[in-house]
Design a protein around this ligand. Structure first.
Ligand SMILES: Cc1cc2nc3c(=O)[nH]c(=O)nc-3n(C[C@H](O)[C@H](O)[C@H](O)COP(=O)(O)O)c2cc1C
Length: 433
């Protein structure tokens, strides 16, 4: 029997395809575009929608906000947590994942918010754990500088231990609703946590009832060795931007080995890879769209600005037609390594063209040809699925339709993805196969 894989979609609560020639409508900022999108993904049996977040308007590219605002890249952008609540209330089966940064929330506030979202979604909430890697975001939260990566993840380890303790501060069965004794909750089953760490402390307990999943599903996207160790230690689902089939396989093998070393069963962790399929009714049409959408100077500029903000590197001063020298960063090192393709001798323009789509592998073709490729890639990589992203994170209703009504049925006909939901919670859905 064909091994099935999981599908998710990654999107910010941001600008939609406002400058797409076939989709120019300005969507209102009430979140309904994404609620409609989530319902459509649910009809197509996606496992989850994952909401991106960032916490600043970058000035990395050219030392100014200009490029970011001109392209609508990092702003306007709304907070994903209220959107997760709207989506959770409007769907029944789809996993709803929101990015929440350990920089932005005190652990107690985050645990309470995440538990509430798990209640609203009846056990379908997932937390994308990010430490935030942008210097400018640190300045928005009163820090003079972003802590180095090692320390960010040390702090995040402690943070996760604290919120896990908070999620467990209400034992199962603590709510008794006993009418004769007029008892709502049994105080013997609700516990202070008295957490005293190096970076965080909290008395607890949480003042929300234990959430349906006990704790939300944890998602993470560590790219650096330290980040991968963090992901392998905590995540139920790891999402990654990898370099081709070899890069995907190496990444998955690595995080699975790290998970085993941390005493976990690697089969309980699903690794999803970012892809941005370009679809057409014919191969020629798909190739023409790829060239039109991602070959332009405007796209190259947007891609360099976006990757600049992720990696905290200003690419604007480098020659577009020369090789990019090797670099490291305190920003997202994994993204920089994938972007830079060190040793490939490609020019900066080619790198922007290649990586700007944020696709771990180039997928351009008809629904049937792309479905075949996705199946072949998963067979070689060993699992576990894909996370769809739209380049520069501009999504349109038209593209959502192409994926859900073109690509997904082609995958379903091949037995590669689910055709129904059989489980209740997001963690169970992820573990189904
Ligand atoms: C698919 C994917 C989604 C991510 N989503 C976010 C996000 O929404 N917000 C954020 O600040 N970082 C996000 N990140 C960044 C990761 O949390 C992480 O910092 C990055 O992969 C680099 O790894 P490192 O921190 O180990 O260097 C994402 C990364 C990937 C690959």
């Amino acid at each position: 029997m064909t091994k099935r894989f999981h599908l998710g979609w990654f999107t910010p609560f941001g600008t939609t395809g406002w400058n797409d020639p076939l989709s120019q409508s300005e969507e209102p900022w009430d979140g309904q575009f994404y609620v409609d999108m989530a319902k459509t993904l649910e009809r197509a049996c996606f496992d989850l929608i994952m909401l991106e977040d960032s916490l600043c308007i970058s000035e990395v590219h050219g030392g100014s906000m200009e490029t970011y605002l001109r392209h609508g890249l990092m702003a306007p952008k709304n907070d994903p947590a209220p959107l997760a609540a709207l989506i959770g209330a409007a769907t029944k089966h789809l996993g709803v994942v929101s990015t929440l940064s350990t920089l932005a929330y005190a652990p107690f506030a985050l645990a309470r918010l995440a538990a509430t979202l798990d209640h609203i979604s009846h056990g379908r909430f997932g937390w994308n754990i990010v430490t935030t890697a942008a210097e400018a975001s640190a300045h928005n939260f009163g820090l003079e500088e972003l802590p180095p990566r090692q320390q960010r993840y040390d702090m995040a380890d402690e943070y996760v231990a604290l919120v896990r303790a908070l999620f467990d501060s209400w034992e199962p069965g603590a709510v008794v609703r006993d009418h004769p004794t007029n008892t709502y909750a049994d105080y013997r089953k609700v516990h202070a946590i008295n957490f005293e760490g190096k970076y965080f402390s909290c008395k607890g307990p949480l003042n929300t009832v234990r959430c349906p999943q006990g704790r939300p599903a944890f998602l993470q996207a560590g790219g650096s060795p330290r980040g991968r160790r963090f992901a392998a230690t905590h995540a139920d689902c790891i999402v990654a931007f990898a370099d081709g089939i070899a890069g995907m396989k190496a990444y998955r093998d690595d995080v699975r080995a790290l998970a085993a070393a941390a005493g976990r069963d690697p089969d309980t962790i699903k690794v999803l890879f970012l892809i941005a399929p370009v679809l057409g009714a014919t191969m020629q049409e798909a190739l023409a769209r790829d060239e039109r959408d991602y070959g332009s100077d405007a796209f190259v500029e947007g891609a360099l600005a976006l990757f600049g903000s992720l990696t905290d590197i200003d690419f604007s001063g480098y020659d577009l037609d020369a090789e990019l020298p090797y670099m490291t960063t305190n920003g997202e090192q994994g993204v920089l390594d994938k972007f830079g393709q060190w040793g490939s001798r490609k020019t900066l323009r080619q790198l922007a063209r290649d990586s700007g789509t944020s696709s771990s592998i180039r997928l351009v073709g008809t629904p049937d040809s792309v479905a075949d490729e996705m199946g072949a890639v998963m067979e070689e990589v060993g699992g576990d699925g894909f996370l769809i992203i739209t380049p520069l994170m501009r999504v349109t209703r038209r593209y959502i339709g192409e994926v859900t009504q073109g690509l997904v049925p082609a995958l379903q006909r091949r037995g590669l993805v689910r055709t129904e939901y059989t489980r209740t919670t997001l963690r169970e859905t992820l573990l189904e196969f």
